[in-house]
Design a protein around this ligand. Structure first.
Ligand code: TXA
Ligand code: MG
Length: 320
C-alpha cells in the first residue's frame, strides 16, 4: 500500500507520537519531527543517514511564533520576515535555551522558517509544537519535489508522506544568517538575492562549498544524481568527450540536435528562471532513472534564480 496520503489528522497523530512524517513545502519535501522529541529527531538523522554535525531547520506556523524559538531578532530580520514569510527564506538567529542541542548541532543559533504551503500550514496550526524538517532525501542525494520521490527513497522507513502535490519553487530555501545584526546569505536558494536586497540593501554571500561552521552540511558534492554529471558552458563541445556513451542533457531553454543524445530535458523553453528552478530536481530525478552513462548540464545565467540553480548544479557535478 502506498504511504502517500492527504490525511492531515494522521500526520498530526504520527508526529504527536514521536514518529516522522514527510511533509510538503513550497521548496522541497521535508522529513519532519517534533522539535522537542529526542526520539523523533534521532529518527530523522537515522532515516536520512545525516551526520549529527549538520543542524536542522525549525518550521513554525507564523512569524509571531519566532520569539518562542529565538532570543534576539535584529531589525533587518524583522523586515525580512515581514516581507517574505510565509515563504522560502530561512533565518539563522540566536536560539532560546529550550531549543535542544540536537536540532542546532550544539550551535548557539537556530535556523527557522515559515513554509508557504497550505497543507503544512494547516498541519502546524493543529500541532502544539514546531517541527524540524530537513529535506526528505538520503544525505547527499537529490531533494524530493513530489511525493513519489520521497516514497521511492523511504517507503520502508516511514509511515506517511503527506501529499501536497508538486513543490512550486522546487529548490531549497535561501538561508540568511546575521553577523553584528547584518544579514549574510549562507545558502543560495528559492528566494533570489535581488529580492532580499530590495528589502534590506546590499547583502554579502558566504555560500560556502566546504563543510563550514556557518552552514554545516554545505558540502561540495550534494544534491547529486547517482549518474555522473558534468556542468558546462558549451554542451556541444562537452558531448564530444563521451562518444558512444548514453548521454543525457539538461539544458535551460534550447534544444540540441545531436544523434548521440539519448535523453534531453529543457527546463524552460521560454527562458523563465523561476520555471527552470521549479523543474530542476524533478528533471534530475528523471534523468537519473534512464540508465545513462553521463548527464551533461548547461550552466545558467548568473542572475536571479540562475545563481541558485548554478549552485545546485555545481554541487551535483564532478568537476571535469
Ligand atoms: O527549503 C528548505 O529549507 C527545506 C524545506 C524542507 O524547508 N529544508 C532544507 O533542510 O533544505 P536541510 O536540512 O536539507 O538544509 C538545512 C541547512 C543545512 O545546510 C544546515 O547546515 C543549515 O540549514 N543550518 C541549519 N541550522 C543552522 C544554523 N544554526 N546555522 C547555520 N546553518 C544552519
Ligand atoms: Mg537537504
Amino acid at each position: 500500500m502506498s504511504i502517500i496520503s492527504k490525511d492531515i489528522s494522521k500526520a498530526v497523530q504520527l508526529l504527536s507520537s514521536d514518529q516522522v512524517v514527510a511533509i510538503p513545502t513550497e521548496t522541497v519535501y521535508g522529513l519532519a519531527g517534533n522539535i522537542y522529541s529526542n526520539k523523533a529527531i534521532n529518527l530523522i538523522f537515522k532515516t536520512k543517514k545525516r551526520p549529527f554535525f549538520n543542524p536542522l531547520i525549525v518550521h513554525i506556523q507564523s512569524a509571531e511564533a519566532l520569539s518562542d524559538i529565538v532570543s534576539h531578532i535584529p531589525e533587518k530580520a524583522k523586515q525580512l520576515a515581514n516581507a517574505f514569510w510565509p515563504g522560502s527564506m530561512t533565518l539563522v538567529l540566536k536560539k532560546q535555551s529550550n531549543i535542544p542541542d540536537i536540532i542546532t548541532a550544539g550551535k548557539d543559533t537556530v535556523a527557522v522558517r515559515v513554509p508557504n504551503h497550505p497543507t503544512t500550514l494547516e498541519l502546524l496550526k493543529q500541532l502544539p509544537f514546531p517541527i524540524a524538517a530537513p529535506s526528505a532525501n538520503p544525505f547527499g542525494s537529490i531533494s524530493p519535489t513530489k511525493p513519489e520521490h520521497v516514497e521511492r527513497y523511504f517507503k520502508e522507513n516511514i509511515s506517511q508522506v503527506l501529499d501536497g502535490g508538486l513543490c512550486k519553487k522546487g529548490i531549497e530555501s535561501t538561508i540568511i544568517g546575521f553577523e553584528n545584526d547584518e544579514p549574510i546569505i549562507y545558502r543560495l536558494g528559492a528566494l533570489a538575492v535581488e529580492d532580499i536586497e530590495g528589502v534590506v540593501g546590499k547583502v554579502s554571500i558566504k555560500n560556502k562549498k566546504e563543510v563550514s561552521p556557518d552552514a554545516p552540511g554545505m558540502l561540495e558534492r550534494h544534491y547529486a544524481p547517482s549518474t555522473r554529471t558534468f556542468l558546462t558552458d558549451n554542451i556541444s563541445e562537452e558531448i564530444k568527450k563521451y562518444e558512444g556513451k548514453r548521454i543525457g542533457i539538461l539544458s535551460f531553454k534550447s534544444k540540441l540536435d545531436d544523434l548521440n543524445i539519448a535523453s534531453q530535458i529543457i527546463l524552460s523553453p521560454k527562458g523563465d528562471l523561476t520555471e527552470a528552478a521549479a523543474r530542476l530536481y524533478g528533471a534530475m530525478h528523471d534523468l537519473d532513472r534512464e540508465n545513462l552513462d553521463v548527464i551533461i548540464a548547461e550552466r545558467f545565467p548568473d542572475t536571479g534564480l540562475g545563481k541558485s540553480i548554478n549552485d545546485r548544479l555545481q554541487r551535483a557535478t564532478y568537476s571535469s
